[in-house]
Design a protein around this ligand. Structure first.
Ligand code: 3NM
Length: 238
């Protein structure tokens, strides 16, 4: 397996991707937010803080790297390839207007993940051409967690990418416990959440509620037949 396939294999096992938002989480510390999300079943944590300086991100990133390593959870840094490298995160997530994919990969190195946000078919096809490790596809629904979000793509684009494209993707934007089932039924294998988890008074419980629905969905709809589930709580055994 080459490095790219190795990374993609890891990404394909992601089911719940939780992005931090300190403002939405009130006065909780980063350590608290992330530990609670991990206890609730997050598979990936992304450090996203549009207000923090690089030094602050490095400081927090080092602590979150330690917590995620101990839990065996993937750790992604938003926007900053240099910070990713310094804190030894698993990868970086970039937007369409940030550092280019090639530049980000050059900075973080071949063995790190580079994810890219996409908002339409053209951007998705371009990401595939470039060999991006995974893409974000969104916003699926209206979102208030991003400044100037792109137009809502709806579940139609989730269906399209899941049926037509062989690139790992995570669905993002306005996903809540109420519409989660629609996104899963459209073919998404990883769900990304900010506000529905960050704004919850109990982050662990909110994460658990998402994970329970996701596990239950794959228990009943996994067509690959390679996963062994715990019959009692539908969690993945291996
Ligand atoms: N990226 P919430 S939507 C960070 O469309 C981000 O790429 C998006 O937050 C995209 O779960 C979004 O609170 C915000 O809607 C997602």
């Amino acid at each position: 397996m080459n490095m790219n396939e190795d990374l993609r294999e890891k990404i394909r096992n992601w089911r719940l991707y939780v992005i931090t938002d300190r403002q939405l989480a009130g006065n909780k510390s980063y350590e608290e937010i992330v530990s609670e999300a991990i206890k609730g079943g997050a598979d990936v944590i992304q450090l996203r803080d549009k207000f923090a300086s690089k030094d602050e991100l490095i400081n927090v990133g080092k602590k979150l790297r330690q917590i995620t390593i101990e839990a065996g959870v993937s750790f992604i840094v938003n926007d900053y390839p240099e910070v990713t490298k310094i804190v030894d995160a698993d990868g970086v997530h970039i937007g369409q207007k940030d550092t280019s994919f090639a530049e980000a990969k050059k900075i973080v190195g071949e063995n790190k993940i580079v994810g890219l946000s996409t908002h339409n078919k053209e951007q998705i096809l371009e990401a595939i051409r470039m060999g991006v490790d995974y893409i974000g596809v969104g916003p699926v629904f209206e979102t208030t967690s991003k400044e100037n979000p792109d137009p809502v793509i709806g579940i139609e684009l989730i269906k399209w990418v899941s049926q037509k494209c062989d690139i790992p993707f995570v669905a993002i934007g306005g996903i809540t416990l109420n519409n989660l089932d629609k996104v899963l039924s459209s073919g998404a294998r990883c769900i990304t959440v900010i506000s529905a988890i960050m704004q919850a008074s109990d982050i662990k419980r909110a994460t658990e509620q998402f994970k329970k629905i996701i596990n239950n969905f794959f228990y009943h709809n996994d067509t690959t037949n390679t996963t062994i589930y715990n019959q009692k709580d539908k969690t993945i055994l291996y």
